[in-house]
Design a binder for this molecule. Structure first.
Ligand SMILES: Nc1nc2c([nH]c(=O)n2[C@@H]2O[C@H](COP(=O)(O)OP(=O)(O)OP(=O)(O)O)[C@@H](O)[C@H]2O)c(=O)[nH]1
Length: 133
């Protein structure tokens, strides 16, 4: 099963999502930026590499937020959401066609990738419960 690192960047009660571009699988769905872990890298290294590739900025992976296994038709992924810090906010979209800082309670109104519903619901409940630093 593939491990997929997904960055959870939080700023002033908002979280950064990016939209999959036309031509990609799952085009039009919003997701946490990141991607598949390669051999010989840790999941934190994977996250930092993917953010550099997708946004052309450095970031720091801080801690695992949650993990969720999701079965797609083609196989399962282990989505590993990682609290992370953007070290430069001037992101450039290299893969996605849009990005947005979304108020956490508004996540419900975005069409996120099916595996990400688990993460966005946890974010909403942690936010409402005052558990997000
Ligand atoms: N980056 C990212 N990928 C996610 C999320 N949720 C989710 O289901 N995925 C899936 O995990 C896989 C990540 O692959 P990737 O970003 O490294 O590369 P890719 O789109 O070219 O993958 P592909 O080989 O499936 O086409 C994709 O199949 C993507 O749909 C998410 O929040 N972030």
């Amino acid at each position: 099963m593939k491990n997929v690192a997904a960055a959870v960047f939080i700023r002033d009660g908002s979280v950064l999502l990016a939209r999959r571009a036309p031509g990609q699988r799952m085009a039009g769905f919003w997701e946490f930026p990141g991607g598949k872990q390669e051999e010989r890298e840790t999941i934190f290294e994977c996250l930092e590499r993917e953010i550099r590739e997708e946004f052309n900025v450095p970031c720091k992976a801080l801690e695992i937020y949650c993990k969720h296994v999701h079965r797609y038709g083609a196989g399962a992924i282990n989505l590993i959401a990682i609290r992370s810090e953007l070290l430069d906010h001037r992101i450039e979209l290299r893969v996605h066609d849009a990005s947005e800082w979304i108020q956490i309670p508004e996540l419900n109104s975005y069409r996120v990738s099916p595996a990400d519903i688990f993460v966005s619901e946890k974010l909403i409940s942690d936010y409402i419960g005052g558990r997000l630093a």
